[in-house]
Write a protein that binds this ligand. Structure first.
Ligand code: MG
Ligand code: ZN
Length: 357
């Protein structure tokens, strides 16, 4: 071989090997991923945790920050269904779509893929469990409004830990079916009164309200952080690893209502939950924690109070969603992959690269 050519090939192979080892060094793979979605949580909502929290905000504990573009396939301003479907499946779709593409065709979700690979999985939400955000991770429906159709996917999902509201979609259905008996047949332990203190080794379905969980302002208490701690304890027993989705659903509803007290109380509950997950992941060492939002709600700002720079007046510009990019926070093995600006499909792709590929 021509010596110059040989030298060139050696150089190229060295640099390829070098860059591979660089990737390996920079992105160790996690065993587990916890994805926390603050529904409707833009940067002003996150900033509220600085000004309205008596505790130090947990958002400051993250090393990697990204920004996520959220437009759906047909609309500039996304809804929760389309954005959560992008997180769950890696495709862009239309507003209202649950786990289906633009043509209404089902696309496998990351939870379905991980269940097949032997991972333990969990879903926790402060809305009903069939609401758009959690639904997009286990169901396939042309419309987010088809709650009973969506519910029918859950008892056979093999998801190990399910907690939230929404009993009526399982036991007071138009088709007369009682899906709790299907849960039972499939080996689930069912709780509808309160969060259990300890868990058996069986799969758990914990649905504590007919529809959504109560607001923090109406006394929900520590449901979200406590359910999270229970789930982490149960799922971390799996030797393959686990994936847990946690949604702070009602940050969005405070935004829709243009109700700053509602929004901020939900945000602080979510912040506390993030703290519990970060504490776990610090001890555990193999868990990647990702916090982001599906979109911003309310066009929320922390403006001056009529020119008084010593006072903040939380203000809204819409009762709907906005198209602002949303922040993403990542900590733990693989976190560095999540820096930069990308769209919501990127979250699926990066999680897939870390757990499945
Ligand atoms: Mg939601
Ligand atoms: Zn919304």
């Amino acid at each position: 071989m021509n010596p110059l050519l040989r030298q060139f090939i050696v150089l190229i192979s060295l640099s390829i090997a070098g860059s591979f080892s660089l990737i390996a060094q920079e992105s160790p793979k996690p065993k587990n991923i916890v994805l926390l979605i603050g529904d409707g949580m833009g940067l002003s909502q996150v900033s509220a945790s600085l000004f309205y929290n008596k505790e130090t905000t947990n958002f400051e504990r993250f090393s990697t920050i990204g920004l996520v573009k959220t437009s759906s396939s047909k609309e500039l301003v996304t809804d929760s269904a389309s954005s959560a479907t992008a997180f769950a499946t890696g495709i862009k779709t239309y507003n209202g779509a649950i786990g289906v593409d633009e043509n209404g065709v089902a696309v496998e979700t990351i939870i379905e893929q991980l269940v097949k690979k032997g991972y333990a999985t969990g879903l926790i939400s402060t809305s009903s469990i069939v609401h758009a955000t959690p639904a997009s991770f286990f169901a396939h429906s042309k419309s987010r409004r088809l709650y009973e159709d969506i519910a029918a996917f859950l008892p056979s999902s093999n998801i190990d830990f399910i907690a939230g509201g929404g009993t009526k979609f399982f036991d007071s259905r138009e088709d007369g079916k009682n899906l709790f008996s299907v849960f039972k047949k499939n080996g689930y332990e069912i709780h509808t009164e309160e969060l259990p203190k300890t868990l058996s080794t069986r799969k758990q379905v914990i649905l504590l309200e007919e529809d959504e969980m109560p607001k923090m302002l109406d006394g929900r208490g520590d449901f979200l952080p406590n359910a999270t701690i229970l789930a982490l304890e149960a799922l971390s027993k799996n030797e393959t690893g686990f994936f847990l989705l946690i949604e702070g659903s009602q940050i969005d509803w405070g935004g829709h209502d243009n109700d700053a007290d509602y929004l901020i109380s939900e945000l602080l509950d979510f912040d506390k939950t993030i703290g519990a997950v970060l504490d776990f992941s610090k001890k555990n060492g193999e868990t990647l924690v990702i916090v982001t939002a599906d979109h911003e709600t309310g066009g929320f700002t922390l403006s001056t109070d009529d020119g008084d720079y010593n006072k903040i007046k939380p203000t809204f510009s819409t009762t709907g969603h906005s198209a602002s990019m949303v922040p993403l926070f990542a900590e733990g093995p693989g976190a560095s992959l999540f820096g930069g600006i990308y769209d919501h499909r990127g979250i699926y792709q990066k999680m897939r690269a870390l757990l499945i590929e």
